[in-house]
Ligand binder design. Structure first.
Ligand code: HEM
Length: 504
């Protein structure tokens, strides 16, 4: 049965008010000293203010900062959300009290299904399952030695990306879509790394469509915050089960193909020498007798693919936009590439000797962290932060642009200026160990395990793209619109289309 949104809201309100009044009489004595925040309604809290604002969540938060400061609370239905937005508070939470703040909150039912009941690196609670999965991805899946084995995959993907851009430009008077093409290249690389089996373009497209459908299905719903409304969302729940079934049906054949290639070496001549799922087949997980099941491997593979596709492609889109806006940055980078490699094609090992490129990438991640919030943290026990209570079960959200654009930490923080990182200028430890000034990959125990791979990808793509093409605005002589929108990552509101001119 479906209800109209109005009836549903009224019903929700009265039910909530009832529960609120009951709970108030019992819990008055246990009042916590939560960080302050905007006043909300009984039980629904600030949920309808946020949902009804029509603004992306990051924008809503940005506008609350001047009034509520670096630590404040939003009541989102049954969830208590604590927003942090200043470097010293993040340092206190994720570094000094790192073990307490390293867990994740309980999932909503949809995410529980897609994470195989929190059996992924990103979703697992801080404990034995997380330790086993995280150790495996860091030491076996994404170690420097393993990354090297995929160098040829990255080179092939770069050649294909250049070809795709050239043919798209030829068919469109020189214009190309930036995000769509880089996203596809990143996805191809991660697919190869994950499954170690060859896939044709049609299959890759099918996998990509599947991933996108899953991401849409994971979009939060109102009943995630107000569980008492769940009976009204039976149709959506059915859809979640269907999509999960489709996801398993799409991925399991590749898992089995790889399992058989690993069991029978030499049987599949297209099989790569190593892939991420090889590390999962016999993985020992603390506290469990059996290795991961196929549905669990599906969840772990999806995390691998999703973790590194949109994030990296988003960074590239913003970088190209900055190159178009600042032709001097682009030409300085081109000069550095020429001085480093001469006429040969730039390779990833060359990018390690390009200080200007490295500065550009750092400035890019400072100014345009692909996600404005790190993944939601939670605490393993009651703890104080800045004198306030942080209760277990609360969602701790970290709004990172407020840190990387803090005028107390950066000079002219709003300017895109890679030179700030060159000799004698400013610096920042991207891992946050020696202090937090920017945190595009998070900091502390939950820091992104894909950081190394992501940096290789961003450096390589930008070096190749600038070596091959001169980038300019489309339509010609127009200004780039730097407005943002949320689409899992924070992408350009007007997806970037640019003109390319081959350099030779
Ligand atoms: C530019 C690219 C990337 C960015 C900006 C990025 C950003 C992040 C951020 C902000 C977090 C959350 C940290 C926290 O909770 O405090 C994270 C976690 C994670 N990322 Fe990435 N990431 C990128 C690429 C990748 C890649 C390439 C992979 C793997 C192939 C990956 C896999 C993961 C995983 C598994 C986690 C969960 C870690 C945990 O909970 O212990 N990411 N990433």
């Amino acid at each position: 049965m479906e209800l109209s949104p109005t009836i549903f809201a009224i019903l929700a309100f009265f039910l909530s008010a009832f529960i609120f009044l009951r709970s108030r009489t019992t819990s008055k004595s246990k009042r916590l000293n939560l960080p302050p925040g905007p006043p909300g309604w009984p039980v629904v809290g600030n949920l309808f203010q946020v949902a009804g604002s029509g603004k992306p969540f990051f924008q809503y938060i940005r506008e609350l900062l001047p009034k509520y400061g670096p630590i404040f609370t939003l009541k989102m239905g049954s969830r208590t959300m604590i927003i942090l937005s200043r470097a010293d508070l993040v340092h206190e939470a994720l570094i000094e009290k790192g073990a307490i703040f390293a867990t994740r909150p309980a999932e909503n039912p949809t995410r529980t299904i897609f994470s195989s009941n929190k059996f992924t690196v990103n979703a697992s609670y801080y404990g034995p399952v997380w330790r086993s999965l995280r150790r495996n991805i860091v030491q076996n899946g994404l170690s420097a030695a393993k990354l090297r084995t995929f160098r040829h995959v990255r080179e092939t993907a770069m050649d294909k990306l250049v070809e795709r851009l050239k043919s798209e430009a030829a068919a469109n008077g020189g214009a190309v879509w930036v995000l769509k093409n880089t996203r596809f290249a990143m996805f191809c690389i991660l697919l190869s790394m994950c499954f170690g089996v060859e896939m044709d373009e049609k299959t890759i497209q099918k996998m990509d469509d599947m991933m996108k459908t899953v991401l849409i299905t994971l979009d939060p719903r109102i009943d995630d915050f107000l569980p008492l409304l769940r009976p009204f969302f039976s149709k959506q729940r059915k859809r979640v089960t269907e999509v999960r079934k489709q996801q398993i049906a799409t991925l399991v054949p590749f898992i089995e193909q790889r399992r058989s290639a690993v069991k029978n070496p030499g049987s599949d001549p297209t099989a790569a020498e190593f892939s991420y799922i090889d590390t999962l087949f016999d993985l020992t997980v603390e506290g469990r007798k059996l290795p991961p099941t196929n549905p669990e491997i599906v969840s772990l593979c999806s995390e691998f693919l999703n973790g590194g596709t949109d994030t990296t492609a988003t960074a590239i889109e913003w970088a190209i936009a900055r190159f178009i806006e600042n032709p001097s940055v682009q030409s300085k980078l081109y000069d550095e590439i020429k001085a480093t490699v001469g006429e040969k094609t730039v390779e990833e090992k060359d990018t390690e000797n390009m200080p200007y490129l490295n500065a550009v990438v750092k400035e890019l991640l400072r100014k345009h962290p692909p996600t404005y919030f790190v993944l939601t943290h939670s605490v393993t026990e009651p703890v104080k932060l800045a004198g306030y209570d942080i209760p277990p079960g609360s969602n701790v959200e970290i709004f990172t642009p407020a840190i990387s654009e803090d005028p107390n930490l950066w000079s002219n923080p709003n300017e895109f200026d890679p030179d700030r990182f060159l000799s004698g200028g400013e610096d920042a430890d991207i891992t946050g160990v020696t202090g937090v000034k920017m945190m595009p990959f998070g900091v502390g125990r939950r820091i992104c395990p894909g950081l190394g791979l992501a940096m290789v990808h961003i450096n390589l793509v930008l070096a190749r793209m600038v070596q091959e093409f001169e980038w300019s605005s489309y339509p010609e002589d127009t200004k780039v619109d730097f407005s943002e929108k949320l689409e899992f990552t924070v992408v350009m509101k007007k997806s970037l289309r640019a003109m390319i001119k081959p350099r030779v």
